[in-house]
Design a protein around this ligand. Structure first.
Ligand code: FES
Ligand SMILES: [Fe+2]
Length: 334
């Protein structure tokens, strides 16, 4: 089965960084298999609508202008607000009856949190079924943004998330010295993955112990809030926090973004190690991408007893497909 055959799951998805959409700004976007327009109204509210004007079909993201709380179409000046209601037809004596009481463009619920503009997508336009987690590390003073990364990848959300519980691939794709242990806890739309591994100890002079004799046990806890948001904090001799977002562009194509934050008062040497770790995990994504882009999705994989909690992960992910997927039982071959 190709990853482009899996449906787009419902959830909150990052569509833009808050600081990349100024008051009055209008941008075309393409997510969820749809052409979209995002704009920020004069009062500062971010709005996401389907792109095409219900009048004669102009794309509001190419030449549309913010007028107060609405966007004006570049073609004949009709205006639409954040709910997709037509607020003005500048040259009509009477508003067309059809658009007087109900929206005429599809809009998306929006939350601005964690430096990100999140849009709720559901294939049947059902209202949000859970909330975006609020993360102190990216909201409170004392933390600073340090790095942002972005990849457009020909795969689907379920596949990239599965990477985190697929412990064997760390050895074969990322050259980890040994397989980590992964434990998954599920609670509604949350998934918490705890990974135990051993990593080279770093002494007070910043020197890595490569002998393997004094390795530190490390524990990494990753929380997912629905299919489009994941976060983790790294605490060793430095502190670093990562927010990962993944947004469906089309079936079989995703935009993955990572943003890192760190405490402002971290020393230069701590920042240097944090930067080194961030560069390394970004490099590892580069190793995953060719696998993701060329693999198929195996709905009935043959798993062995050394594989990670893949079946548990899939059961959790399945809840975000509207109507579920017909997953046949997973075979375990030992
Ligand atoms: S196409 Fe938008 S106002 Fe005519
Ligand atoms: Fe990986």
């Amino acid at each position: 089965m190709k990853s482009s055959e899996l449906p787009i799951p419902y959830g909150w998805y990052a569509v833009e960084y808050i600081d990349e959409l100024a008051v009055g700004e209008v941008k075309p976007l393409h997510f969820f298999g749809k052409d979209l327009v995002i704009f920020r109204t004069e009062s500062g509210k971010a709005v996401l609508l389907d792109a095409y004007c219900p009048h004669l079909g102009a794309h509001l993201g190419h030449g549309g202008e913010v007028h107060g709380e609405s966007i004006a179409c570049p073609f004949h000046g009709w205006e639409f607000d954040g709910e997709g209601m037509c607020t003005k037809v500048p040259y009509a004596k009477n508003m067309p009856a059809k658009i007087q009481d109900s929206p005429c463009i599809e809009g998306y619920p929006i939350v601005e949190a964690n430096r990100v503009i999140w849009a709720w997508y559901h294939p049947r336009n059902i209202a949000p079924l859970f909330d975006v987690d609020i993360l102190p590390e990216v909201n409170e003073p004392g933390w600073t943004d340090c790095h942002r990364f972005e990849w457009e990848i020909n795969t689907c959300l379920q596949e990239t998330g599965e990477n985190g519980v697929d412990i064997a691939h760390f050895v074969y794709v990322h050259s980890s010295i040994e397989m980590p242990e992964a434990h998954v806890e599920l609670s509604g739309h949350h998934r918490i993955t705890t990974m135990h591994s051993r990593t080279p100890a770093i002494d007070e002079n910043g020197v890595l112990d490569q002998t393997g004799e004094n390795w530190e046990k490390s524990r990494l806890v990753t929380t997912s809030c629905g299919p489009g948001m994941t976060y983790q904090s790294f605490e060793r001799m430095f502190t670093s926090f990562m927010l990962g977002t993944i947004t469906p562009i089309e079936k079989g194509k995703v935009l993955m973004r990572w943003t890192f934050a760190q405490p402002e008062d971290q020393s230069d040497i701590q920042k240097m190690y944090s930067d080194g770790m961030i560069a390394e995990i970004a490099r590892q994504v580069g190793q995953d991408i060719p696998i993701w882009e060329h693999k198929i999705y195996q709905p009935n994989p043959i798993l062995c007893d050394g594989d990670g909690p893949i079946a548990k992960y899939r059961k959790w992910f399945n809840q975000f497909y509207d109507g579920g997927m017909d997953d046949a039982p997973i075979r375990l071959v030992q």
